[in-house]
Design a protein around this ligand. Structure first.
Ligand SMILES: Nc1ncnc2c1ncn2[C@@H]1O[C@H](COP(=O)(O)OP(=O)(O)OP(=O)(O)O)[C@@H](O)[C@H]1O
Ligand SMILES: [Mg+2]
Length: 570
């Protein structure tokens, strides 16, 4: 857009948009623009102002064109442009200029247009084609030297134009397949704000209340975005953001939808954030737009915890020692490569197993104390394990833990990290084995702070099973939702298996690199955008849509439990 405006140093810059908007261009091409308003657009308009060709010349032209199919396509595009009834002036946002490619083109912007916004351009053979603003720039003639003079108070006229790079997303052909035009658009073609119908159609956004988890609206549009629940189970999901970026809030939205659809879920909740979903949230401004009303899910939620002293509302989660081998038990202690300890532990376990079906850590310690060769260090470590109280005569049955259509929260608040990964290992292994023989319903396992349970560097007790579930869970109907604030620190073998990604604000360059490496179809523009995402907006990729989408996350129905703690009250 070209606009000359006078500004003085120290004054606010007026927005130059209005000055160059083409008056009624779409309705009445001949109206055009005056050269003073926008010389660049004016050049484009001249093409349309040419009088119709003489019939004889027309004939000459078609015979010439038939030898040159390329030019025929381009000319057709123009005849279609002229007759397209959709070209209402208010929808025109710019004009194609410069060298035009088949992947992207430049657009001289004539109306308010934002990065990542969708546009549509008529194409002779392909009909309406969808594009997206990849880059946008205000080009000005204000040099450093002139800016300096302006700062000193001198009046200065500034010429400026807004130019955008538009990525071509494509159109649906007669068979409903996504295609991109094989020939470039013609310079001078109008660029229009995209209509919701075309966006839905080209991107492939379908609404299906039965299988769709409603997570929000396409940013800037009235288009509901749903993630397909079946593909969540079959292809896994990752939710990635820096700390405070809204991962737990977003996961809460997904869990509400899973509960609504009676999906069986188990949530590994290291901070005890998700039991607040029993309660209805408060009414939020703007919630009407999303059609969300506060609602609690007390009847759908079951909660277990190894530490019911801290988490008194939860049922106790216990494991039996009976099927735990000496090696596994020793791994839970700080004794590394303790051959002597391993031998005496094996001996003690064998002695106990010979006499009874179940035994406790106290029983085991008594046997070790009686052993003359017994290691004091080992007894001390077992005492520590005993104090955590996760082992008991009777363990929690998997049938108690997992109930069809319910969400089980595994509240690990207060449980030491090494014990947490042991718990995740045992439970994920049991879920995987039981799914193989169809003993439990198809389900989703949600893992918060996944970098702790399947780290990229080093191993934890749960590393191996997390990798197995990520690569094979799909076959057996065990889906994963991986949540992390450090994408780069999660095992790549796990992250790369997540085919639906929900990306919120991320600023760490290594994490952005890890995300770009694991997300298909993320343009360079979008990678930059991840750093600047406002709270409440996510880039969603996969889940049945061909291109990553900017989604305004819907408000929660339930109370969010991950609120930051204030040092000083307001
Ligand atoms: N979609 C949203 N709409 C409104 N507020 C939000 C949204 N997402 C996040 N918030 C706000 O931002 C705060 C932080 O969000 P959240 O607890 O989900 O972050 P997080 O990424 O899980 O952080 P952490 O890594 O520390 O667990 C929340 O307390 C909430 O108030
Ligand atoms: Mg969180």
């Amino acid at each position: 857009m070209g606009g000359a405006r006078k500004v003085r140093g120290g004054e606010h810059y007026p927005d130059g948009w209005e000055m160059t908007r083409p008056p009624d261009w779409g309705h009445n091409r001949n109206a055009g623009l005056g050269p003073k308003q926008n010389p660049e657009i004016n050049k484009a308009i001249i093409i349309y102002l040419l009088p119709p060709l003489h019939p004889l010349m027309d004939g000459m032209r078609s015979s010439f064109d038939s030898e040159d199919p390329q030019s025929e396509v381009i000319d057709d595009a123009h005849s279609q442009d002229a007759s397209t009834s959709d070209l209402s002036g208010s929808n025109v946002v710019g004009v194609i200029y410069g060298d035009v490619g088949t992947v992207s083109f430049k657009c001289s912007v004539t109306a308010p247009l934002e990065k990542s916004e969708y546009v549509q351009v008529p194409h002779g053979q392909s009909g309406m084609v969808l594009g997206q603003v990849d880059q946008i720039e205000r080009k000005t003639n204000l040099s450093l030297e002139r800016a300096q003079r302006m700062a000193e108070g001198e009046d200065m006229s500034i010429e400026e134009r807004v130019s955008a790079v538009i990525s071509i997303l494509g159109f649906r052909d007669g068979r409903g397949l996504l295609q991109v035009p094989g020939t470039p658009f013609k310079a001078g073609s109008p660029v229009l704000r995209a209509e919701d119908k075309l966006i839905r159609n080209v991107i492939g956004i379908n609404e299906n209340e039965r299988t769709g988890a409603y997570i929000g609206m396409l940013s800037g549009h009235n288009i509901k975005i749903q993630l397909d629940i079946n593909s969540m189970v079959q292809k896994h999901v990752s939710v990635l953001a820096k700390t405070g970026g809204g991962k737990s809030y977003m996961t809460g939205v997904i869990l509400e939808e899973l509960m609504k659809h009676e999906v069986t879920v188990l949530v590994v909740d290291p901070h005890g954030e998700y039991n607040s979903m029993r309660d209805a949230g408060s009414r939020v401004d703007g919630a009407e737009k999303f059609n969300v009303t506060p609602h609690g899910y007390g009847s759908k939620i079951r909660e277990f915890s190894p530490d019911t002293k801290i988490n008194s509302q939860a049922k106790p989660l216990k494991f039996t020692l009976a099927n735990m081998e000496a090696k596994d038990l020793l791994e839970l202690t700080n004794i590394k490569n303790g051959r002597k300890e391993l031998t005496s532990l094996k001996k003690a376990i064998e002695a106990l197993r010979a006499g009874r079906d179940s035994y406790t850590l106290s029983d085991l310690m008594k046997v070790l104390e009686a052993d003359e060769d017994g290691s004091n260090a080992l007894i001390q470590e077992l005492e520590y394990l005993n104090s955590i109280e996760i082992f008991a005569d009777r363990g929690t049955k998997m049938s108690e833990l997992v109930v069809k259509g319910k969400t089980t929260i595994l509240n690990l608040r207060g449980t030491p990290p090494d014990i947490q990964s042991l718990i995740v290992n045992r439970i994920a292994t049991a879920l995987f084995e039981l799914r193989k023989i169809n003993e439990i319903p198809p389900m989703l396992m949600v893992v918060e702070e996944a970098h702790n349970y399947c780290p990229q560097q080093g191993v934890t007790d749960s590393s191996k099973i997390m990798r197995t579930v990520a690569s094979e869970g799909r076959k057996f109907g065990l889906g994963l939702i991986i949540i992390t604030q450090r994408a780069a620190k999660v095992d790549k073998n796990v992250l790369s298996q997540c085919n639906t990604q929900v990306i919120l604000k991320v600023t760490n360059p290594n994490d952005i690199k890890a995300i770009v490496a694991s997300v298909e179809g993320l343009s360079s523009g979008m990678a930059d955008e991840i750093q600047r995402l406002p709270i409440g907006v996510a880039i969603v990729s996969g889940g049945g849509v061909s291109n990553p989408l900017f989604v305004q996350i819907r408000p929660r129905e339930t109370r969010h439990g991950g609120e930051s703690v204030k040092v000083i009250d307001d």
